[in-house]
Ligand binder design. Sequence first.
Ligand SMILES: [Mg+2]
Length: 201
Amino acid sequence: MIKNIIFDLGNVLLSFKPEKFLLRYIDDLKRINSFVSKVTRDKIWWQLDRGIISIDKVKSLFFNQYPEERDLLILFFDHWMEMLTPIKNNIKILRELKQNGYKIYVLSNFIKEAFEFVEIRNDFFSLLDGRVISSEEKVIKPEKAIYEVLLKRYNLIPEECVFMDDVQGFLKPAKQLGMFTIWVRPNTNLRAELKKLSVKI
Ligand SMILES: [Mg+2]
C-alpha cells in the first residue's frame, strides 16, 4: 500500500521553460534553444545542482566559455529564477494527497539559491513532510545515494513510496530500490496514473 508520495520539483511542481522567457527578448528560437541546452547540460551547471560552486563563479566561467552569447547569458542569469513558475494542476493534486493522509516529500536536483527563492514564494512547501535537495546533500539524481538519503532520513519503506519525475533516467534508481514510479510528461494525467496505483485521489 502506498503511503508516501515523492515529487520532483522541476517540471513536476515548478515549470522551467527558459526558452519561452528568452523569446520575449530575442526573436530567434533556434539560437535560444541551442543556448539553453548548452548552458543547462554543461557539467558546470551540474556542479550547481551538486552545491559545490557558486552562481557567480558559474556566470564568469560561462562568460569566458561562450563570449558570443554574452547578451543571452546576462538575460538568463538575471532572470532564470523567475522562470520557475508553479504547475497549478500538480500542486492541487499534492494538496489533495496531503488531505487524504499521505506523507508528501520532495526529491530534487535543485540549485541552492533557486531553492531559497522558490521556497519562500510557494506555500506548498509548508505541506511537505520532508525534502531532499541535491545542493544541500552534495549528491545528485540519478546517483543512488540521494534516493537512499530520502529513505533513511524519513524511515520510508520503498514499497510504500511512489516517486514522480519528468526525467525518465531519474526513475530507474528509485525503481531498483523498490519504489513505484511515474514518468511525468507534459501530457501525463497524473491523477489517473496515481489511481492506477490505488492511491486515493
Ligand atoms: Mg525535473
